[in-house]
Design a protein around this ligand. Structure first.
Ligand SMILES: NC(=O)c1ccc[n+]([C@@H]2O[C@H](COP(=O)([O-])OP(=O)(O)OC[C@H]3O[C@@H](n4cnc5c(N)ncnc54)[C@H](O)[C@@H]3O)[C@@H](O)[C@H]2O)c1
Length: 325
């Protein structure tokens, strides 16, 4: 099996590549990544010499390049994206370019080259906010509220359209907030740890009571592998941790684990259009494909905080890359 993984130098894509190479000895992987500010080949140092792995620096919007690569692979897993909500609020254009037009280009080239399976990695944010205590199911209407989630929802719709119109074998996964090593330090957990390490306060949006469901990144990548191999074509699969936490609770944990207290919190003006609560049901992937998260939050968050505390060089080199802020 030959896989094209796009965005494999990012947080989740690099974890997926590591997982697949370890699990499937007969798989080969081509990693196509533009290496934006968020892509870092250091994330793959441990597997870079594996003969089954190769890297191509390039853009998923490049038709000729994507066409030539998809000619020689069996499946495509698309992680490549602009992924930070705050950046999408300030500069939505690049989110439409990469997340919508880039996905369209991948779909078109994959269709023309008769790819066996195309998996679009999406997010629970496409469902909007669930404020009534319920859960997102795959049947929940999509209702995106940020330019980021709107661009991901558009990519999902295009993926669905290629299945319905051209009978292309597509799959969509929608996952909740991931945490773990190698996450770009603009996202809550590594961002806050880095600020505390540098003697700065942590800026908490609004009242700190926005709720997110948190899943350890290795569980997410295992679920994607299961869906790629066993999922039903044309279907959407939610992936979550059944692990809802307020942003304040996450902040408090980080403060405790870094030996700081609540005086280090600075409450700041809420994010524009900030979704109040995300909560996702795993019933479908659990009942159909037998996948459930394995890593307990208490263990995963401990591993994660410890990893950032002992990998300050990685944080600094990542933040010093071109285009980073
Ligand atoms: N982080 C989360 O909590 C989360 C949750 C659910 C779903 N997702 C989705 O998972 C995917 C990966 O997220 P992540 O957190 O690893 O993101 P990330 O920002 O860490 O990585 C994105 C990667 O895509 C690459 N990339 C960006 N534009 C590209 C382009 N035009 N061509 C080729 N490569 C390009 C970047 O260089 C980077 O390596 C995204 O599609 C995201 O929407 C993320």
């Amino acid at each position: 099996m030959k896989l094209l993984v796009t965005g494999g130098a990012g947080f989740i894509g690099s974890c997926f590549i590591r997982h697949v190479l370890a699990k499937h000895k007969d798989y080969e992987i081509i990693n196509l990544d533009k290496l934006t500010y968020a892509g870092n080949l250091e994330n793959l140092n441990d597997i870079k010499d594996d003969k089954r792995y190769s890297f191509i620096k390039g853009d998923i919007l490049d038709y000729d390049l994507v066409y030539s690569i998809t000619k020689n692979v069996d499946c495509v897993v698309n992680f490549a994206a602009e992924s930070h909500v705050d950046r999408s609020i300030n500069s939505p254009d690049i989110f439409i370019e990469t997340n919508v037009k880039g996905t369209l280009n991948l779909l078109e080239c994959s269709y023309k080259n008769k790819i066996q399976r195309f998996l679009q990695v999406s997010t629970d944010e496409v469902y909007g906010s669930v404020d009534d205590g319920g859960y997102f199911y795959e049947t929940t209407p999509i209702n995106p509220n940020s330019p980021y989630s709107a661009s991901k929802a558009s990519a999902d719709m295009l993926t669905r359209a290629y299945f319905k119109t051209y009978n292309m074998p597509t799959l969509i996964t929608r996952c909740s907030n991931n945490y773990g090593p190698y996450q770009y330090p603009e996202k809550l957990i590594p961002f806050f740890i880095n600020r505390l390490l540098n003697g700065k306060k942590v800026p908490l949006y609004g009242d700190g009571k926005n709720v997110r469901d948190w899943l350890y990144v290795y569980d997410h990548t295992e679920a994607i592998d299961v869906v790629l191999n066993k999922g039903r074509e044309g279907e959407v699969y939610n992936i979550g941790g059944h692990n809802e936490k307020t942003n304040f609770e996450i902040t408090k944990l980080i403060l405790d684990m870094t030996g700081k207290d609540e005086t280090q919190i600075e409450y700041v003006k809420d994010r524009l259009g900030h979704d109040r609560r995300y909560a996702i049901s795993n019933d479908k992937i659990k009942n159909e494909l037998g996948w459930e998260p394995k890593v307990k939050f208490e263990d995963g968050i401990k591993l994660t905080v410890e990893w950032y505390l002992s990998n300050r060089d990685w944080i600094n080199s990542t933040l010093n890359k071109k285009g980073a802020q």
